[in-house]
Design a protein around this ligand. Structure first.
Ligand code: HEM
Length: 135
């Protein structure tokens, strides 16, 4: 996985957008409309923002010390299943992030970034399925 391309994409998104939260959830809800109703209680969007921050922090840990990422993801699967979030949607959240970031960056989004985010999504899929990690 091209760690540098992922980090570069996050840096650039931070430069281009004050807060990418709305675009990420727009993408998620467009592709998986059933997920929007889960956020009915989050009227001010605070949980959405917090969740995205945590997902990015988890990603940064994963790319760096990898101290908690996989365990944290597995714990969140458990917490989220209590509120009706299916396991399979977790990797798709990272995919929604990639799509939103590609939109935000336009021509600055590179093929390397796309591949790195595809690899990451595949990786998250392996983690949530409890499969051996090969990427
Ligand atoms: C990396 C993946 C994820 C992480 C780290 C994560 C983390 C979190 C955290 C920390 C909260 C609590 C936010 C707060 O109340 O301050 C939360 C809430 C929530 N998450 Fe996630 N989440 C992830 C993926 C997902 C996915 C894929 C879905 C489904 C689309 C989802 C649906 C929800 C819902 C419905 C809430 C509750 C919102 C509310 O308070 O009404 N999460 N998540």
């Amino acid at each position: 996985m091209n760690t540098q391309a992922l980090l570069d994409s996050l840096d650039l998104v931070a430069e281009h957008s004050e807060d990418p939260t709305p675009q990420v959830y727009e993408r998620l809800f467009a592709r998986y409309p059933e997920t929007e109703a889960l956020f009915m209680g989050d009227t001010r969007g605070a949980a959405r923002g917090q969740m995205l921050r945590q997902a990015i922090e988890t990603l940064l840990d994963y790319l760096g010390p990898n101290a908690f990422a996989a365990n944290f993801l597995r714990a969140e699967l458990h917490n989220h299943s209590d509120i009706g979030v299916p396991t399979e949607i977790f990797p798709r959240f990272y995919q929604a992030m990639a799509e939103a970031f590609a939109d935000i960056l336009g021509g600055a989004w590179t093929a390397d970034m796309q591949r790195a985010w595809d690899d990451l999504t595949a990786k998250v899929e392996q983690i949530v399925r409890g499969q051996p990690q090969t990427i």
